[in-house]
Design a protein around this ligand. Structure first.
Ligand code: ADE
Length: 263
């Protein structure tokens, strides 16, 4: 997949390109290219932005500058380009990024172009006429679209074959279809007991069917509880107090009774 970023800060992406999974993706033939609209601006002095009509604070990225940049990168009019590839304008009010949206973008055959706003953002005609999608990484305002572009690319790259060491790791992960859209189940590693904090005994049982049932139930439970800063700890007590679900499958406590999500 070709991932092209239009940004006034191309150097931000140098670090991103050196990260292991990104490097793997590049070695597999995927591309990450950056373009600075200052290099192609039709205005003098490298101008790319202007004051908003109607007044107000800040500067707005100009539509003619972005149109020209896209035309020069692809050698075609931007209205033609948007038929062939997704052009994403990163903006806090856009469509919220989630696993389904990431799957959709990762399956895009024509590649992605990410437009990073700065200052007060874009002239709205960039979003309406040039971009195919407005994308938000959350309802808060970043200083610019660069970090948001990296979030989108990171999430997309993880879905591309060969970028993660272990192929299954992007399949059965939080919010994936494999988990019915629920958050991922909790993981534990050695030591099995630390400061009296035991892990759920079922994970030591070697019974793969039981482990799978337990994991699905924990994942479902997290989906039902909904977003929480401190998910229930199935092994026992959390720092926030006793676990409302009680210890599961041992851990020194009393059995919690039948699991409403099991089976
Ligand atoms: N640009 C600034 N804030 C943003 C956000 N929350 N999501 C996407 N792009 C942005």
């Amino acid at each position: 997949m070709q991932l092209d970023v239009l940004t006034l800060f191309p150097e931000w992406f140098e670090w991103f390109r050196t990260q292991r999974h990104v490097r793997n993706a590049i070695e597999q033939g995927h591309e990450i290219r950056t373009f600075d609209p200052r290099a192609t601006t039709p205005l003098t002095g490298g101008q790319v932005d202007d004051t908003p009509f109607g007044g107000g604070a800040g500067m707005v990225l100009r539509v003619d500058v972005i149109d020209q940049a896209i035309g020069e990168i692809y050698g075609k009019d931007s209205l033609e380009i948007r038929k062939d590839r997704r052009i994403l304008a990163l903006t806090p009010g856009g469509r919220m990024l989630d696993d389904r949206f990431v799957d959709e973008l990762a399956a895009e055959p024509g590649g992605l172009t990410l437009l990073c706003g700065r200052y007060e953002g874009f002239d709205e005609r960039i979003v309406q006429r040039i971009a195919t999608d407005a994308v938000s990484v959350g309802r808060y305002v970043l200083a610019g679209g660069e970090l948001a572009a990296m979030v989108v690319m990171d999430a997309v790259i993880r879905k591309l074959p060969g970028s993660l060491g272990h192929e299954a790791s992007a399949v059965e992960e939080s919010f994936s279809t494999a988990l019915g859209g629920d958050p991922e189940y909790p993981h534990y590693t050695r030591p099995a007991e630390y400061r009296g904090w035991e892990i759920p005994q079922v994970l030591l049982s070697g019974n793969h069917a039981e482990i799978a049932t337990w994991r699905r139930a924990r994942s479902r439970e997290r989906g039902v509880v909904g977003p929480t800063a401190h998910p229930p700890d199935p092994a026992g007590e959390t720092a926030a107090g006793p676990d409302p679900f009680g210890p599961i499958g041992g851990g020194g406590g009393a059995p919690s009774g039948p699991d409403p999500f099991a089976g």
